[in-house]
Every structure is written in structure tokens, then in C-alpha cells.
Design a protein around this ligand. Structure first.
Ligand code: HPA
Ligand code: ZN
Length: 335
């Protein structure tokens, strides 16, 4: 292992863009299917992995929604979440901000409380067992209606102390952020922070809408913002953080060669880019594999790596004191 690779693996890190349902490894998918008597269209783990060939976001989403159908009970959500936390503990991630997609479950008859209680109790145990801190972000599925998003927000209110922010995910093109302006306005008035996926496949206009209409506090992906100089300038000046997901971009064909991945260009432009795994069970790697992939393909320096890690802590939804504590750990490691 090169010295830089070891540095990456051992460095304290944050993750800010992770769909908990996208951390469902094929082995656990099989175990839960068996436990819950659910049919899945694969005979073994190898067949599942072989099915993970995507040419765009929708290809992936079809398989992602099918995969999550094995999640039924609070214990299932607990097992899923604790497996993710145990995995990132091995990678020296010390703070994580996790998306969940309640509508992917409530639409199958799984109660909202089952989902959030299972995830939350694993996060609590993960903190006690591994010292990993976390936040939860509830996403609305943008291919569903505004009315359904409002209903989901209503279901979240009794659990508001467990949810830091609302987000927006699923199929992007054809489902502009403007569709959710009112539901985000309501969520913000209830005290939630806001994030949204934009510019993953959708045009720069969608990124403008997340800023102007959804009033986001952090931008998920944002790659296509690079097509618009005025937009880049605005993102730089406001120091809006971007949660970039390199292996996801590669697997969903937004980036066809990792040597052309835009994250280095983002840093050079002054954008506050961070490194994240998105859906690690589907895209071939957790946070470390994402750092290693860009480090190797883009010849990143140790300073580049430290800036990316620093951005991750600074762009988190932690308090200023909590950020200082995490940044001090990074500084102690890096010096
Ligand atoms: N994009 C949009 N929706 C998603 C993703 C993604 O990368 N992962 C899970 N839901
Ligand atoms: Zn995502």
C-alpha cells in the first residue's frame, strides 16, 4: 500500500451523502428475504452483484427500490444501519449524516415509526459502541407527488428531534425542485435544515431552483453546476458545500473515466467539495474506496485529501464546537 493510501484509510473522516437503503449488501438482502419470506429475483449473492450494471440513474433506482423491499421490521432497519456503522468504523469515519427514504417503505405498508425507530436505535448503539456521531436526513422521493411529500412531512413531525434536515432524491430529470417549493418552505418553518440532490443528471437550472426556491443548506452532487460559470461563482462565494460521490458518478455513467472526474476541478475553482459514497453496496465502495479512486485517478496530493476531509467536517450539520473537536482530530492526524 502506498503511503498516501494508508493516510487516506487512517484519516478521520465525515460522510455527508449516504442513503442507508443503499448500504444494503447482497448478503444481508438474502438474509432478510429469508427471515421475512420475501421472494427476490436472484438465486445467490453473485447473481445480485451481476445485476448491478447501470447505464443511468433510473437503471439503478429500479434495482434499489426492489432491493429495499426485504426491509420490513424495526429489527431489519436496525440490522441494516448497524452494519453500515460497523463498516465505516473500520474506515475511520467518525461522523455520518444519513439519508433515508420513508416513502420507499410506507408505500409498501411499513409504518414510518418502524423505519425511524430501527434506524435511530442503531445510530444510538453505534455511538455508544464505536463513538460515531450521526444525523438523519429525511428525503422526499421527487417522482412522487407534492401531496405525498406533505403527508410524509406530517408523519415525520412526531419524530422531529431525530431528524436534522429534509432532502430530495430519486429520479431527477423531469422532476424539478420547484415542484417541492411549498413542502420545503413548510419543513424549514418547522425547523428542519434542507438539502437536495441536483445536477446529478439534471441541468444547472435545477441547481438554481434548489438555491432560490428550496433554500438549501447543502447541495447533493451538483456536478452539472460546472456547466454554468455564474452558478459556480455563486456557489463559491456562498461557500455552499457539495456532497460529491465519485464512484456513484462513475457507476451511473455521469463520468465515463475516473481520470476525468470533476472533483479536482471543483477544488481548483474554490468549490467546497466533499467525498461520499452515496449507495456503497451498489457502487462498489464506501468512503475510503471513493477517496482512493479519486486520489489515484486524479493524482491528488496529501493537501488535496486533507482539504476534502476538512470540508466534510466543516459542511456537516454539527455545532461549531463539535466541528472544532473533529477538525482538531484531523489536524492532529495530518500534522
Ligand atoms: N440519486 C438520486 N436518488 C437516489 C440516489 C442517487 O444517487 N441514491 C438513492 N436515491
Ligand atoms: Zn444520493
Amino acid at each position: 500500500m502506498t503511503e498516501l493510501n494508508r493516510f487516506i484509510r487512517e484519516m478521520p473522516k465525515a460522510e455527508l451523502h449516504l442513503h442507508i437503503e443503499g448500504s444494503l449488501e447482497p448478503e444481508l438482502m438474502f438474509a432478510l428475504a429469508r427471515r421475512n419470506n420475501i421472494e427476490i429475483p436472484y438465486r445467490n449473492v453473485d447473481e445480485v452483484r451481476a445485476a448491478y450494471q447501470f447505464s443511468n440513474l433510473q437503471d439503478f433506482l429500479d434495482i434499489y427500490y426492489q432491493g429495499m423491499s426485504v426491509l420490513k421490521t424495526e429489527q431489519d432497519f436496525y440490522d441494516l444501519t448497524l452494519a453500515y456503522i460497523a463498516h465505516i468504523h473500520e474506515q475511520n469515519v467518525i461522523h455520518t449524516e444519513i439519508f433515508f427514504d420513508p416513502q420507499g417503505h410506507t408505500d409498501r405498508g411499513v409504518p414510518f415509526a418502524t423505519v425511524i425507530n430501527g434506524i435511530s436505535s442503531a445510530l444510538k448503539d453505534g455511538r455508544e459502541k464505536f463513538g460515531i456521531t450521526s444525523k438523519l436526513i429525511m428525503c422526499f422521493l421527487r417522482h412522487l407527488s407534492e401531496e405525498a411529500a406533505f403527508e410524509t412531512l406530517k408523519q415525520a413531525l412526531p419524530h422531529r428531534d431525530q431528524i436534522i434536515a429534509v432532502g430530495l432524491d430519486s429520479s431527477e430529470v423531469g422532476f424539478p425542485p420547484s415542484k417541492f417549493e411549498r413542502v420545503f418552505e413548510k419543513a424549514k418553518s418547522e425547523g428542519f435544515l434542507a438539502v437536495a440532490h441536483a445536477g446529478e443528471e439534471g441541468p444547472p437550472e435545477y441547481v438554481y431552483e434548489t438555491l432560490d426556491l428550496l433554500k438549501i443548506d447543502r447541495l447533493d452532487h451538483g456536478n452539472r453546476a460546472l456547466e454554468d460559470d455564474a452558478l459556480v461563482k455563486r456557489l463559491v462565494e456562498s461557500q455552499m458545500a457539495l456532497t460529491v460521490c465519485p464512484l456513484s458518478n462513475y457507476k451511473l455513467a455521469g463520468v465515463t473515466d475516473m481520470r476525468t472526474h470533476p472533483i479536482k476541478r471543483m477544488l481548483d475553482l474554490g468549490l467546497k467539495a466533499t467525498v461520499n459514497s452515496d449507495d456503497p453496496a451498489y457502487f462498489g465502495g464506501y468512503v475510503n474506496e471513493n477517496y482512493l479512486a479519486i486520489s489515484e485517478s486524479l493524482n491528488l496530493t496529501k493537501d488535496d485529501i486533507l482539504i476534502l476531509a476538512r470540508n466534510g467536517f466543516e459542511a456537516s450539520f454539527c455545532t461549531a464546537d463539535e466541528k472544532q473537536t473533529m477538525l482538531a482530530k484531523l489536524d492532529a492526524f495530518g500534522s
